[in-house]
Design a protein around this ligand. Structure first.
Ligand code: GRF
Length: 209
């Protein structure tokens, strides 16, 4: 038996691709569905290229209750057990969070709880880290609740900030770490789910400078 995962993505979907590339025939989980809120998301193209089922659930200009209803019926249709947010730039509706307690993960390109929350996405995060003068950033995989970037942390890996780093350079190094960390964290969680135990926190050593 495998955990059936749906990936939610709004953008290019390199984290989705890394998860796809990592999943194994004998592994604890499989991606069964890609959901996007944007018709133009690059992640949709990546999913279609491998023949994966896709669904678009628009969010702009719609009330959360309608988005929640559509999302929940799609998740039920494909018997989804686990939701993996990968560059999904919308708040997950409360009704979905309530239906999937401790079964929604997100990856964030900084060391939460620092540099998270509304507006902290994409290059904004890396710019804020550099402006703060911190010598370290990283990637965090966390459970999702009703607020941005606040749920409990499952896995974290640190990445050094080099002197003279531009936000783009830091983003590139963090993204490389994200691609490995997310897959490892999903492996870790899904093994725990299948064994019916609570997952422990994963902390990985810092990336080399
Ligand atoms: C990643 O940095 C992720 O941490 C953040 O959004 C970015 C998505 O990149 N949530 P991609 O679409 O997976 O390439």
């Amino acid at each position: 038996m495998k955990v059936r995962a749906a990936v939610f993505a709004s953008g290019g979907g390199s984290n989705f691709q890394a998860l796809l590339d990592h999943q194994e025939a004998e592994g604890a989980w499989e991606i069964v569905l890609l959901v996007s809120n944007r018709e133009s998301a690059g992640a949709l193209g990546r999913a279609r290229a491998v023949g994966m089922t896709t669904e678009v659930v628009k969010t702009d200009g719609r009330v959360a209750a309608d988005v929640a209803q559509d999302t929940l019926s799609i998740l039920a249709k494909y018997s989804v057990d686990l939701i993996l947010l990968a560059g999904y730039l919308r708040l997950v509706p409360e009704a979905v969070v309530a239906r999937y307690p401790q079964r929604i993960l997100n990856i964030h390109p900084a060391l939460l709880p620092a540099f998270g929350g509304a507006g902290m996405y994409g290059m904004n995060v890396h710019r804020a880290v550099i402006d703060s003068g911190k010598l370290e950033s990283g990637a965090t995989v966390h459970f999702v609740d009703e607020e941005y970037d606040r749920g409990s942390i499952l896995a974290q890996q640190r990445v050094p900030v080099n002197s003279g780093d531009t936000p783009e350079e830091l983003a590139r190094r963090v993204l490389e770490v994200e691609h490995r960390l997310y897959s490892e964290a999903v492996d870790h969680l899904c093994k725990a789910i299948l064994a019916e135990r609570k997952p422990t926190l994963m902390t990985l050593p810092q990336e080399k400078r």
